[in-house]
Write a new protein. Structure first.
Ligand SMILES: Cc1cc2nc3c(=O)[nH]c(=O)nc-3n(C[C@H](O)[C@H](O)[C@H](O)COP(=O)(O)OP(=O)(O)OC[C@H]3O[C@@H](n4cnc5c(N)ncnc54)[C@H](O)[C@@H]3O)c2cc1C
Ligand code: SF4
Length: 554
């Protein structure tokens, strides 16, 4: 018997009958919300499912598998310690199939409406049979009605409008009717590059324990074919670990969070970002709690507001966009195409073999595949770790495969930017993000990649594509100092940027936020435009083959 099972058995009382049972999915691991927060633990039971079917669908990062399993097991022990009965099952197949055999013994289950659409769809048939009851998810900070009320019913939706509205209704950072400091956003102040000073804090490490060790063993044995590095020292899994990470974030990151929010560096993976997203998305840290802690902190307002906007604004906003559009399937222009099976994010081309059962796996489809700009390039193997010769890309990709994390601007202005400039298939990029990042779930990764990162949703939630040439990357990072390209002379990003604008001119020329670049494009000589096209073709070809590009290739 495993250490975990023994420990769980030790903590379990005898009374399993006459309990009211909840199914607690992998991303609702909190007893500070829902029935676990207010009903007597001795009257409650929880069902926790470990399900190898789920990771078999996509080549998820090993660190992500370990993070989820270790948190789930620690949560099981924590709840058993409180007197909650715990039914921990390992089952194969969709969650509805895994739960069904338990119903005759436990009776109908309750579950807070899952954040992931995939899981909602999976569980629907149990709900339809009356074996499962959906109850409200209490981890969110806003309701669908508030989202609708904030910005009218029809898209395009604007995060700023939603954010102002929700600041007003929650009263967070408000003085009566007015925002603290006289403005809702201090974003324009938050655009400083970072040159190593003030020093960025080293992220905390977390003590190993027998549960983590056992999960590590399991991942190494059963999921060794998954990509990514497993690092148990960087794995927060207990309540104490979550507190440790959050204390570190408050003390070391929050004071300087705002000014350096957009900076990127090879010297620090997170600079002053908090690294809490994975724990917040699993509810090991509650969004309401982190917001109220930060609102009460004595830190500069641009940092305080900048952080609160991410959680109360962006995080809630993307979830509403996802839910309201049924996972980006129902868009104003009609229904979007849907990928039949889960995508592998380009794994097969890189690894030279298909991803296990992914394509044949039973269960929900592979997600919406909108593509407003028509990109149809395969994601280059460089995203899986092949050296590209582009120092910015290679640095960020290596960070991602080292620990399943990189901060926001690297996701947007390096990974998504280059993919957009190369006309990569947005769905394939989304699947890559989904498997590679420990904080990725459909509700958050799909709108961020398809909406913000690649403009695949057109103007549904962003006003323009976030693309740039080398000037931005050079200004906001130190990557160029490591590169064989020169950002001022031969960096391909700049030609790729102009080639992108030229290719999509018909669609973008009336965009008011692109007036200046489109005017510059019109002034660009025919000769330069031809050169831009050639660079696009060559970079796409070389990276597509998984080869390294150098200045002599262009
Ligand atoms: C292309 C792309 C893909 C992304 N994919 C994901 C994803 O799969 N999962 C995910 O949680 N975030 C995603 N984000 C949002 C954001 O990049 C991460 O939440 C953030 O980088 C996490 O690191 P952190 O905890 O250090 O964040 P911090 O910079 O410290 O921010 C604090 C918190 O704000 C929240 N947050 C900030 N921006 C967003 C956002 N746009 N959407 C949702 N929450 C936000 C997160 O909970 C984050 O922990 C993505 C952004 C882009 C551009
Ligand atoms: S020179 Fe260009 S490719 Fe190299 S790091 Fe800078 S932006 Fe990236």
């Amino acid at each position: 018997m495993s250490y975990f099972r023994k420990e769980l058995a030790k903590r379990q009382g005898d009374s399993r009958s006459r309990r009211s049972w909840l199914f607690v999915p992998y991303d609702q691991l909190s007893d500070e919300m829902g029935p676990l927060s207010r009903e007597d633990p001795k009257t409650l039971g929880i069902v926790l499912v470990e399900n190898p079917w789920k990771p078999s669908r996509r080549p998820y990062h090993k660190q992500k598998l370990a993070l989820i399993l270790a948190n789930l097991r620690h949560f099981a022990l924590e709840q058993a310690d409180r007197g909650v009965a715990v039914q921990h099952v390992v089952a194969e197949g969709p969650y509805a199939t895994a739960l069904k055999p338990l119903i005759p013994e436990l009776g109908p289950l309750r579950v807070m409406v899952p954040a992931e659409r995939e899981l909602r769809i999976d569980l629907k048939r149990l709900a339809n049979q009356g074996s499962l009851q959906f109850i409200p998810h209490e981890g969110w900070l806003s309701t669908s009605d508030q989202f609708m009320e904030s910005d009218g019913k029809a898209p395009p939706w604007k995060m700023d409008k939603f954010y102002r509205f929700i600041r007003g209704t929650t009263g967070v950072l408000m003085e009566g009717e007015k925002p603290v400091g006289g403005r809702y956003s201090f974003d324009v102040e938050n655009r400083m590059p970072w040159h190593g000073k003030p020093p960025s804090p080293d992220p905390p490490s977390f003590p190993k324990d027998p549960i983590k060790e056992e999960v590590g063993e399991l991942v190494r044995k059963a999921f060794d074919h998954h990509p990514g590095r497993l690092d148990l020292d960087a794995l927060p899994a207990t309540r104490k670990d979550a507190e440790r990470l959050w204390s570190w974030a408050k003390a070391e990151c929050l004071p300087l969070f705002g000014p350096y929010e957009d900076a990127m560096s090879h010297r620090s993976r997170s600079i002053f970002h908090t690294r809490i997203s994975s724990l917040v998305n699993m509810h090991r840290l509650l969004p309401s709690r982190v917001i109220s802690d930060v609102a009460g902190m004595k830190v500069p307002l641009e940092s305080k507001e900048g952080f609160i906007r991410q959680i109360l604004g962006w995080r809630e906003f993307v979830r509403h966009v996802h839910e309201t559009t049924d996972g980006l399937r129902n868009l104003p222009g009609g229904k979007t195409p849907v990928q039949k099976a889960p995508g592998d994010g380009g794994y097969e081309r890189w690894a030279g073999k298909t991803w296990g059962p992914g394509k044949k796996a039973k269960g929900p489809d592979g997600g919406a595949a909108p593509c407003a700009l028509g990109g149809d390039t395969a994601l280059p193997p460089a995203y899986w770790g092949e050296q590209s010769g582009l120092a910015c890309l290679d640095t960020v990709v290596s960070d991602v495969w080292a620990e399943g994390y990189s901060h926001h601007i690297t996701r947007l202005m390096i990974l998504s930017n280059l993919a957009s400039l190369l006309d990569v298939r947005p769905r394939e990029l989304t699947d890559w993000f989904w498997v590679a990042y420990t904080d990725a779930y459909d509700w958050v990764v799909e709108p961020n990649v398809l909406g913000m990162g690649t403009y695949a949703l057109g103007g549904l939630m962003t006003t323009k594509p976030y693309v740039s040439g080398s000037a931005y990357i050079n200004r906001m990072s130190d990557y160029c100092s490591l590169c064989s390209f020169n950002p001022k002379t031969d960096c391909p990003f700049t030609s790729l940027y102009w080639a992108f604008l030229a290719r999509h001119e018909a669609l973008l020329k009336t965009n008011p936020r692109l007036t200046m670049p489109m005017a510059s494009l019109r002034k660009r000589s025919a000769y330069r435009k031809r050169e831009d096209r050639e660079v696009f073709g060559r970079v796409r070809e070389i990276l597509g083959k998984g080869e390294r590009i150098s200045p002599k290739d262009l």
